[in-house]
Design a protein around this ligand. Sequence first.
Ligand code: SF4
Length: 345
Amino acid sequence: MKENLFGKTLVELKAVAGGIGLPAYAARQLADWLYRKGATSVDRMTNLPRAARQALAEAYELERREPTRVTESSDGTRKYLFPAASGGFVEAAWIPEEERSTLCLSVQVGCKMGCLFCMTGKQGFQGHLGSGEILNQFASLPERDRITNIVYMGMGEPLDNLDQVLSSLDVLCSSYGYGLSPTRITVSTVGIIPAMREFLARSRCHLAVSLHSPFEEERRRLMPVEHVYPLREVLAVLREEAVRGQRRISFEYILWDGVNDTPGHARELARLLEGIRCRVNLIPFHPIPGTPLRPSPRESMERFEMDLRRRGITTTIRQSRGQDIAAACGMLSTRELVKRRAEAE
Ligand code: SF4
């Protein structure tokens, strides 16, 4: 199988150039074709010698995949389904708002983390996406020129695919690539500590940690990762980062009726987050099949928000988007998977 040229960083492109006998500066020409001019074939790289183009085409492919399906919500949110090289499908969501529009992209086909409330987790792990496949969800999106923000919050755990995620961020945020500001990009994690330390050292993008319960026992039931990397250790790392002072951390907190939306949860959460410069995003739950979890009613969410704000925590309730198009992450790709399997039988 040929390697994908699309998605390579400038450093990697220098090695590619060297490997086919081109000088190091040719890496910039390659990047220009790949990321500025959107070349989908090596033949288009006309400022490279013919022999170099031939050598490139023999060793590399330039894989860009168009979405195979799009569904649009009545609120304007669009979900795209992209085929993955390792088989299966990944989802990207485009979420327009009044003053910005956000792309939510995926990093793995399925996921290993097994969170109780997640449809992607129920699919199991099927493979990592390469940097080019992650970037393809941005580059091949019809609304690409309108994107103001990117969140790595689709299928998969970004820090479980750290190298490819960091390469994709390098391309997104560098002048040789797409030149986006790292402050417009947020990467989410369940809190894989060694990878989190590495991410904080190597990237200037925002980090969002999925918290969902301040109580160990309860979080273990919701998120098996708590067995390996307990929240208190995750928060200790983030507290160090807060002391260094540069970066704002956000915490994602899905609210479930009668499970984690009580005043006691708000109190404990505020206590845990003391000393960390952060924001808490309260997220309405998009129901999925096969779980007893139910969304918190609006009034419980608002009470929870007030409880945190009163304790000095910057808190917002996220809008629920795309409810009518299988909004929960992993729903659309799971449906596609089930359909394909049924067709194959
Ligand atoms: S919530 Fe995120 S980390 Fe957990 S199973 Fe789903 S995709 Fe994986």
